[in-house]
Design a protein around this ligand. Structure first.
Ligand code: PGA
Length: 255
């Protein structure tokens, strides 16, 4: 497969500076496979400490949000140049918690993503349907609408994360077949907007209650290129086990 597996940890509002330091020291001390890309996304306040520890580690550093302006009167916001200044290389945009709790829309998510890419950040663009939408048979319509903004983005700096909202933090995971169906649909949407060749290079992560016990099954689907991990990324043994699951599959594919 041309796409390398990516395992990204979305820490949400967990781990201040001291916990971030302890986690990363433990992660860096452990043996890590080289055939999987790994990214951690701590809260803003922990980014400087994480950036120092991760220099030349091969582990990517991401933020959980970004504003679309470079600077200005936007109390409480952080800009893409500020993230760049800290050598942050990745940013999560449009997470369902931002959409549901903080007024994020398709339009604002698109603005953030474009600005972040202008600053050379790789965007992890999140989308996914609610339980109500799935049960009403509207999943693909919702994904089509949410993915409608991806055509304006640079595929070389884009990762898509399919996160069915009913699976986030609930312990209820999409089945591998449900994940594959949504991912294949999203790849076809990307192909329609960006061309098939570019769509084939964009990684589509699955997110929503990924755990060591279900990671391999999900990641083995042809259009599932890794995971965006919440709860299970907060603890080094479980995060490492998920990375190993991806590494094992990658080694199987290349042999
Ligand atoms: P979860 O979160 O793994 O805890 O379900 C995933 C996410 O929200 O990115």
């Amino acid at each position: 497969m041309v796409r390398r597996y990516l395992v990204a940890g979305n820490w949400k509002m967990h781990k201040g500076v001291s916990e971030t330091t302890a986690f990363l020291e433990q992660l860096l001390a452990a043996k890590r496979p080289r055939n999987v890309d790994v990214v951690v996304c701590p809260p803003y306040i922990s980014l400087p400490a994480a950036a120092m520890l991760l220099t030349r580690s091969g582990i990517g550093l991401g933020a959980q949000n970004v504003h679309w302006e470079s600077s200005g009167a936007f109390t409480g916001e952080i800009s893409a140049p500020m993230l760049r200044d800290l050598e942050v290389g990745w940013v999560i945009v449009g997470h369902s918690e931002r959409r549901a709790l903080f007024g994020e829309t398709d339009e604002t998510a698109a603005k953030r993503a474009r600005r972040a890419q202008d600053e050379e950040l790789t965007v992890i663009f999140c989308l996914g349907e609610t339980l109500e939408e799935r049960e009403a048979g509207a999943t693909m319509d919702v994904l089509r609408r949410q993915a409608g903004v991806l055509g304006d983005l640079d595929p070389a700096k884009l990762v898509v994360a399919y996160e069915p909202i009913w699976a986030i933090g609930t312990g209820r995971t999409a089945t591998p077949a449900q994940a594959q169906e949504a991912h294949a649909f999203l790849r076809a949407e990307l192909a329609g907007q960006l061309g098939q060749e570019a769509a084939n290079t964009v990684r589509i992560l699955y997110g929503g209650s990924v755990k060591p016990a279900n990671a391999a099954e999900l990641f083995s689907q042809p259009d599932v290129d890794g995971g965006l991990i919440g709860g299970a990324s907060l603890d080094v043994p479980s995060f490492s086990a998920i990375i190993r699951a991806a590494a094992h599959l990658a080694a199987g594919e290349s042999s």
